[in-house]
Write a protein that binds this ligand. Structure first.
Ligand code: CA
Length: 235
């Protein structure tokens, strides 16, 4: 990962904020700090953060309210809640409103950083960063962001669904995918739906990417079971 992981810290006590910023930056995170809930919500609606570190007790819109609003907006950023109170009710409230983890002040810095690292492992932002932006197989190269494919036959602009289907094959390289599974993942259809669309898609992918579409090496039919993508047919 070349880009620094962006973290938003919401903490109204300056000395605590300072200490956390220092330690997070030491760990290589890029920290944005605000000291109230309104600013936190404004920042979160504008830019992508990998993690939110949120103090519970804030002037105005408090941590619970920020949490609640984010989840209502469908924002699934991991949230580490910081609380000065240790009452169980806070812990329960925090979890109900959608915080992923919490720490009670004063906390150990090492534990804090461990919790941060743990939550980042399931951060959608980090997932997106880790996902390969291009994929090669044979003499084909597919840019998964621009949807451009370079093949022996020239350059092809792929459709959204074609890329979605390719991504599914790439993610399950070497494994058999049933037609039902593909229909569900790519078209969001019930696995029982009868459709030729899927088979037509595979025919098209073979025309794009196979040396001999009639004898596919990459996008193989597994009789009675589904399809299997093989990245290195000779390997
Ligand atoms: Ca506070």
């Amino acid at each position: 990962m070349t880009e620094k992981t962006p973290v938003l810290l919401v903490e109204d006590e300056p000395h605590i904020a300072q200490g956390l910023i220092f330690n997070l930056e030491e760990e290589g995170y890029q920290v944005t700090h605000v000291d109230n809930g309104e600013d936190a919500l404004a920042y979160l609606s504008r830019s992508g953060f990998a993690l939110l570190i949120l103090d519970l007790m804030l002037p105005g819109v408090d941590g619970l309210e920020v949490c609640k609003q984010l989840r209502q907006q469908g924002n699934n950023i991991p949230i580490l809640m910081l609380t000065a109170r240790s009452a169980d009710q806070d812990r329960i409230n925090g979890l109900i409103t959608g915080a992923d983890d919490y720490l009670t002040k004063p906390f150990n810095l090492r534990e804090f950083l461990l919790r941060v690292a743990g939550l980042l492992r399931r951060s959608p932002w980090v997932e997106r960063q880790n996902k390969a932006k291009s994929y090669r197989f044979g003499t084909n190269c597919i840019d998964l962001e621009t949807h451009q494919a370079k093949t022996d036959r020239g350059s092809i602009q792929l459709t959204e669904l074609e890329v979605k289907m390719l991504q599914l094959f790439f993610d399950h390289e070497g494994k058999v995918l049933s037609r039902g599974e593909i229909l569900k993942q790519v078209w969001d259809m019930s696995p029982r739906t009868e459709t030729r669309t899927l088979d037509n898609f595979v025919v098209r992918l073979r025309k794009y990417f196979e040396n001999n579409p009639a004898k596919p090496q990459f996008f193989r039919t597994v009789r009675g079971r589904g399809y299997r993508f093989v990245r290195n047919p000779d390997g």
